[in-house]
Design a protein around this ligand. Sequence first.
Ligand code: AHR
Length: 502
Amino acid sequence: MKITFTTKQVIGTADKMIYGHFLEHFHRQIYGGVYDPTSKFADEDGFRTDVIEALKKIKTPIIRWPGGCYVSAYDWKKGVGKDRPKTFDKAWRVEESNEFGTDEFIKLCKKIGCEPYICTNGGTGTAEDMSDWVEYCNLKDMGEYAKQRKENGYEEPHNVKYWSVGNENWGSHEIGAKDSEEWGNLVREASKMMVRVDPTIELSAASIVDLDWNVNLLRKAGQYLDWVSIHSYWEGSWNGRKNNGYETLMLRTGEDIVGNIDRVRAYLRALGYEKKIKIAYDEWNLRGWFHPNNMFLSTDERKKYTEEFYENEVIGQRDNNDVNETYTMADAVFSAAFLNTCLRNCDIVGMACFSPIVNTRGAIFTHKDGLVLRPQYFVFDLYANLMKSTVLDTWSEDVPVMTGIDGNREKTVDTVDIAVTYDNGEYAIGAVNKDAQNEQTVDLEMLDGKVSMMRIHTVNGPSADSYNDIDKTEVGITVSEWVPFNGKVTLEPHSVNVIELK
Ligand code: AHR
């Protein structure tokens, strides 16, 4: 296979925010994840220092919080100040202590050195609640909420730049779901009030890959928006565990990813917003959460369920998300293919949040004696640290493909997936070999630019099913020496690579 590029043919500038993350009050993400005053790793504020260090290492640029479905019944006012009542979390059916609220989130972001991104309650919340939250965070001293923040010990505004109206409000699973007309109206009114409080914020709104939804949203509220939020989980296991193997999951790395971006781009273009509004892929992960029996109970099922059933069969089942052997090289390869797709579409995708940061499906798993870094963690490590900002267009010849049946559809995807980035005479090329058995050799042809040396960083393990766990480390990064560049690179089977050229 051959890939050709020139520094004269540029797609755009990549926004570092595509290496972002998501953190929700769900299962052990907050309590027992980033925040755990009982842990031997806790700092003076109760945050786990080992998690913070791991997030710094992958240069986490932004974190979206507090949900997710959780936010659609969340009252942020109960999570600030001294009196914090315990509340019943209707999304996930557990009790929320409210110990971790807005001020703690901001503190966490400061410790990591990343941007906070707040997702507001577009379910049970009102436009006023949302703009009150902006007041609390961003006004210096005018009004009730800025004064409250100061009384709570935060003299200076938190200056939260990124906000979004709602989460997945298009879905019947969501508390306070809306139809597309209602959604357009709420986003317009909420945005109007939020930007009136702070005109400098950047605003997103919950969207979906759907024409009608976007037409209503953009016609009614497009003038206020900087972003539209979309989410994808390609291996949805919310109502039962799925066991699709590596080969099947690889079939989802092509059109299944880029098709979503293409369609939302088309809606933005059709409504005249392609140059103004970007896509925030603010929840994504190969795998969706496993939380069976929670959302879609029939009337009969609901009546026969006891509290014990909920405890064991709903809440208890969530622990299955923590099984580390689920997260293999398939997750790493898929994640790199996703990031490559964002890079190649950097003119329209400006933010992406891996969902979630820690525990459940996260790249980091916490236990009492430390962390397990799952395979996808190392992809963020390579991409966030090494990839450059100018994304070059490429031409490919003789690309090998993989074909197979996924569900009842035949799919074909490229076996090798490449994104070329460049700055100041140096290149960093994200290169994924999805083939589980065979190496792939790629000819890299530069039409301009001169480089003489190459170094390759590789995320891999002994097999496509390799994973890390508390007592075993199979997946990690290896780095070659700098070697003379001869125009070719060989990629190991099931590997994620960043090739540096200088
Ligand atoms: O299952 C977790 C949920 O997945 C998030 O809360 C939601 O936004 C997405 O549907």
